[in-house]
Design a binder for this molecule. Structure first.
Ligand code: 6CS
Ligand code: FE
Length: 304
């Protein structure tokens, strides 16, 4: 066994296996920084540590919202069919746009808002960078859902993310109702890693971003998780931010209503948690899914 394989044999979170493995308790903390380290209060941090998610109303002020919504429409309308960062629903409508901050200066400004970047740094207890950014449009009538999954399972297996020290900030650009594909989370499930069965196919991301079939727990495991942790549905008006831990079990249903559920997802990773070689895939995914060349948003970015 090579040194690489030997060190990889010590993979704390094995997944994409031939046979089922019992759930593994998380080792890392959820909150890495102190209460004094940012805008979140002690009770916010305790809630995040316990539940693995935190809702922050009015993270983006209402004056921003019409501009962000028209930016979203502009990007979706101009989407080149051969741009791999544009993911389409089976019927052809735009499902996701990756690296939206590179399509729009307005969207890139959201990253360094004082309601966004300082929260990420406090939760991760370090300088941070964008591991991934996307807009999930969840269009009216045609938005197909996202099956239950842990983001970390994919980012560990396919992007080589070593530890659970990343957090997503989902900012609602449209009203997230209970019925238009809003996110469902299993509160507390972030404290358990669920190894999955099934090897990663080559170029898995060319299909997994529309319908994820590999790296999802089986129904017995999901049933036990739902019984143990319950399911919370996260709703709120445009401008609401949902912060959720990289490993929380989450998903969303399809949207058959006329009302789109379009959210920006900013995934912050700690600079102490740089991507390595994939833990369970033959080769790394493209830069727009797992950033390997990035500029850390250190305190300098906060000064502006
Ligand atoms: O593969 C990924 O990175 C993406 N897949 C899902 C279902 N959520 C996280 C991320 O956008
Ligand atoms: Fe996800």
């Amino acid at each position: 066994m090579s040194t690489e394989q030997l060190t990889r044999a010590a993979d704390r979170y094995p997944t994409r296996l031939d046979t089922r493995l019992d759930p593994i308790d998380r080792v890392e903390p959820t909150v890495w920084g102190p209460p004094a380290g940012g805008p979140l209060t002690e009770s916010d941090l305790q809630s995040m540590e316990r539940n693995g998610y935190l809702v922050r109303p009015d993270a983006v002020d209402s004056p921003w919202l019409p501009t962000l919504q028209s930016e979203l429409e502009r990007i979706a309308a101009r989407a080149d069919s051969d741009d791999p960062r544009i993911i389409r629903e089976p019927g052809g409508s735009v499902r996701s746009v990756f690296q939206p901050h590179l399509f729009s200066d307005v969207i890139s400004e959201v990253v360094t808002l004082d309601t966004v970047l300082p929260v990420a740094r406090q939760l991760l207890g370090s300088d941070v960078y964008l591991h991934q950014a996307r807009i999930n449009l969840m269009p009216g009538f045609t938005g197909s859902g996202f099956y239950w999954h842990s983001d970390f399972e994919t980012w560990h297996a396919e992007d080589g993310m070593p530890e659970m020290r990343a957090v997503s900030c989902s900012i609602a650009l449209t009203e997230n109702y209970p019925y238009n594909g809003s996110l469902m989370v299993m509160p507390g499930s972030h404290r358990v890693f669920y190894p999955c069965v099934g090897a990663t196919p080559r170029n898995n991301h060319t299909s997994s971003l529309v319908k994820q079939e590999i790296g999802v727990p089986d129904r017995a495991t999901l049933t036990a998780a739902a019984e143990r942790f319950g399911i919370d549905q996260v709703t709120g008006p445009a401008g609401t931010a949902l912060w959720f831990d990289c490993n929380i079990m989450h998903g969303s249903g399809s949207n058959i209503t006329p009302y789109p559920r379009s959210n920006i997802f900013l995934v912050f990773n700690s600079v102490e948690n740089q991507l390595e070689a994939p833990f369970s895939a033959d080769e790394p995914r493209p830069e727009y899914l797992g950033a390997r060349t990035h500029q850390a948003f250190s305190t300098a970015a906060l000064v502006g």
